[in-house]
Design a binder for this molecule. Structure first.
Ligand SMILES: CC(C)(COP(=O)(O)OP(=O)(O)OC[C@H]1O[C@@H](n2cnc3c(N)ncnc32)[C@H](O)[C@@H]1OP(=O)(O)O)[C@@H](O)C(=O)NCCC(=O)NCCS
Length: 245
């Protein structure tokens, strides 16, 4: 079901302002291992792939490939992302309606490319894929509370902290660590886009033009036809239109 939905409901590859996202293939194993074996990266991951063989075994599994995307910058892989579609909890009689409605997310970025907003750009697009293309109702992600880069990323893309668990996760250092859980609902995501849009429009030159733009853009957002970077480009372009008397 997961393989079918990611493959069928999304047009690949996807380009963002600076990046290209595409489903991972077995041949990406070497590039992703080079990133995941770096200590500052692997310290936060479920698996620290010591040897390439070990990574090949896990990464190459069809189930694992089916939920993995790679992030390319100028044709080179600089990270990977996970979209693991899952069922929501539901009471037995209506459990059918809760099938494949949410996703757990994950991310890895090569530290050489950190601090430039690449992970933010990629994860924003992942949110759009989840809500627009896959029609999911909720996304979530978890991290160690000590993994500040990861939870700050979640906050930058608008995810909401839902849980703070105390010393419930065992780190391979032997320490029991706190954990954070974040989530975002489809309606929260759409509302956030709308409020950004409202700020961007600000009825700059003509109330009539502003109003028309607002209606058109609202329709685009609600019909989920517009990607965030397209929306930004459109608002920039429209704000330069001459005044209508
Ligand atoms: C989590 C992780 C992907 C975050 O990487 P990151 O470099 O902090 O994130 P970004 O690429 O979005 O960059 C954000 C930084 O660039 C800055 N930045 C520069 N240009 C930017 C832009 N256009 N947009 C957003 N941020 C920008 C931000 O201010 C931020 O800097 P700050 O941390 O000093 O505030 C990375 O640390 C990582 O791979 N960690 C190891 C693996 C891991 O922990 N995975 C998650 C397990 S739960």
């Amino acid at each position: 079901m997961l393989m079918a939905s990611l493959a069928d409901d999304v047009e690949w590859p996807i380009r963002t302002e600076r990046l290209l996202l595409r489903p991972a293939v077995a041949a990406d194993v070497g590039a992703t291992w080079q990133i995941r074996r770096i200590e500052s990266v692997s310290q936060w991951l479920t698996r620290a792939p010591g040897a390439l063989d070990e990574h090949v075994k896990h990464f190459g599994e069809p189930e694992s490939l089916a939920k993995t995307l790679v992030i390319e910058l100028d044709g080179r892989i600089i990270g990977d992302l996970m979209i693991a579609v899952d069922d929501a909890w539901a009471q037995a009689e209506i459990a059918e309606r809760a099938k494949a409605v949410q996703a757990d997310l994950g991310w890895v970025l090569h530290p050489d490319h950190g601090g430039r907003g690449f992970a933010t750009e990629a994860v924003r697009e992942v949110l759009r894929i989840c809500f627009d293309d896959l029609g999911l109702r909720r996304v979530s992600a978890e991290c160690f509370a000590a993994n500040e880069a990861s939870w700050r990323l979640m906050e930058r893309v608008g995810m909401r902290r839902e849980t703070h668990t105390l010393r419930e996760s065992l780190h391979r250092s032997g320490e029991w660590l706190d954990g954070f859980g974040y989530a975002l609902l489809a309606e929260e995501w759409a509302n956030r886009l709308l409020s950004q849009l409202n700020k961007a429009i600000q009825f700059p030159r003509s109330e009539r033009l502003g109003l028309r733009m607002a209606v058109v853009l609202r329709t685009h957002v609600w019909s989920r036809a517009c990607r965030p970077h397209e929306l930004r480009a459109a608002t920039e372009c429209w704000s330069r239109w001459p005044t209508i008397p």
